[in-house]
Unconditional design. Structure first.
Length: 458
């Protein structure tokens, strides 16, 4: 049996400028996954990786986040018993699928990831799966319908509302119509814009305005008054279709879903820190969990998330952003792909994402998963010496660094995400050790914020 792992990328990638470094490496995680089946008697399709009569093949476009480790020339660090096929960019979904079909694949598994500026890679991976299924190849990936609902926040809002999920009140703003009076000479009044502004005035402030098809919180604006919201919508910042939502007051969380219909692992929620604009920043956030106290109504939450997964027919993986206001959970966004939380959640349950995704269709696989306390903190970019010193510490689970040598501003240079566990001592004691031993790395405000989150995790 041949198992194909694939993902696509529609964004230009320059290995000399952008560097993604992972510890443990993607290669070692895949090696660990394969080894776990070498000694396993599992009857799953994934167990086929355990012997010479079966093989794993990676077919992808660079940088293939979560699948490949690359040097500065774009060369792949390879496992000797895994076949790699790196495809050129600007290849159609049909042609990508043909490369998988040529390998006479029995099972194909997508590892959809995220790349700026648009979070649409999962849509292409789903189209690839469509062609594979036409050739009777079994596929683990989220459907085109699921990907489209989650990609367009207007569709997401409508899906959540029509299925009675609790979510923020949302208002969609069509950019072309809102500014129609500038393009249509014969218009003396823009009725659409007036209607939108009246609806905005009736919202409860603060509100958040974000791109309807954006990635993460990039470009999002939090506005506290109607006057500032109106000024934003009439300014050059309003450069595309937008979603306006009431900013729910409460604690922000995230979780992940693994599996297929009737067989899901819903992770416990992990708390996310907020920046000065009251949103989660992918470059500055602290994450801690799992939170299992019933004061957070965890059973109720997981029941709703399982209902969400069944309705969307999640197949493989999805990530969900949440807010808990003290009495109820709000669903903010759904991302049917690997996420910035994936490594943290995998660290918590001592599995790799290869284990959790490839076993999506294996009955009862998720029943014995146990979650351990972990948290992640963003650090400045690390040199090789510091990375080696940190990696040698027993409580460091992962070090994942993103670096942009083409950055024009310091804030765009990149960051390092370090995941800490309770090995030997408590999370707080291990954090204190880092702060004492690596004084230049942990900002005092980050440290204080981490302490508050760890106190809530007790």
């Amino acid at each position: 049996m041949k198992i194909i792992l694939y993902n696509s990328n529609s964004t230009k990638y320059d290995a000399e400028l952008f560097h993604y470094e992972f510890y443990p490496s993607c290669k070692n995680k895949l090696k660990s996954f394969i080894a776990s089946y070498t000694s396993s008697s599992s009857s799953s399709a994934a167990s086929s990786a355990s012997s010479g009569e079966n093989e794993i093949i990676i077919i992808s476009q660079l940088p293939a986040l979560f699948l490949l480790d690359l040097d500065r020339q774009g060369k792949v660090d390879r496992l000797p018993n895994v076949k790699y096929k790196i495809l050129n960019q600007n290849i159609s979904s049909r042609d990508f699928a043909e490369e998988i079909i040529k390998e006479k694949a029995d099972l194909a598994v997508s590892f959809s990831a995220f790349y700026k500026p648009f979070d649409w890679q999962g849509i292409k991976d789903a189209h690839i799966a469509k062609y594979l299924r036409q050739k009777n190849i079994k596929v683990i990936t989220n459907s085109i319908t699921c990907q489209n609902i989650c990609f367009d926040k207007k569709l997401t809002s409508g899906f959540l509302a029509s299925n009675n999920f609790i979510s923020p009140e949302s208002l969609y703003v069509n950019h072309e119509l809102f500014l129609a009076h500038k393009a249509k000479q014969d218009l003396v009044e823009n009725v659409y814009a007036e209607d939108i502004l009246e609806k905005v005035e009736n919202l409860t402030f603060p509100i958040i305005i974000k791109d309807s098809c954006g990635l993460s919180s990039y470009g999002a604006e939090v506005l506290t008054t109607y006057k500032s919201a109106k000024a934003y919508l009439l300014s050059k910042k309003n450069n595309g279709d937008k979603i306006i939502q009431e900013l729910i007051k409460g604690q922000h969380f995230g979780l992940e879903i693994y599996g297929s219909r009737g067989n899901y692992y819903i992770s416990s929620p992990f708390m996310l820190s907020l920046n000065q604009y009251m949103i989660t920043s992918p470059k500055q956030s602290i994450k801690a969990g799992p939170f299992n106290s019933e004061s957070y109504k965890i059973k109720e939450l997981k029941s709703e998330i399982e209902r969400l997964a069944e309705l969307l027919e999640i197949d493989g993986i999805a990530q969900v952003d949440l807010v808990f206001d003290g009495s109820k959970w709000f669903i903010i966004e759904i991302n049917p792909r690997l996420s910035g939380m994936t490594n943290l959640i995998c660290s918590s349950c001592n599995k790799t994402y290869f284990d959790l995704i490839i076993n999506a269709q294996v009955k009862d696989y998720y029943k014995n998963i146990r979650e351990e306390k972990v948290f992640s903190i963003k650090l400045p970019l690390l040199d090789e010496k510091t990375k080696k010193e940190l990696a040698a510490l027993p409580f460091i689970k992962e070090i994942n660094q993103t670096k942009n040598d083409g950055a024009k501003q310091k804030r765009e240079e990149g960051y390092c995400d370090v995941i800490i566990c309770e090995e030997g001592k408590s999370l707080k004691e291990n954090l204190d050790y880092l702060k004492t031993s690596f004084k230049a790395l942990i900002d005092e405000s980050f440290y204080e914020k981490a302490l508050l989150m760890l106190e809530k995790l007790k």
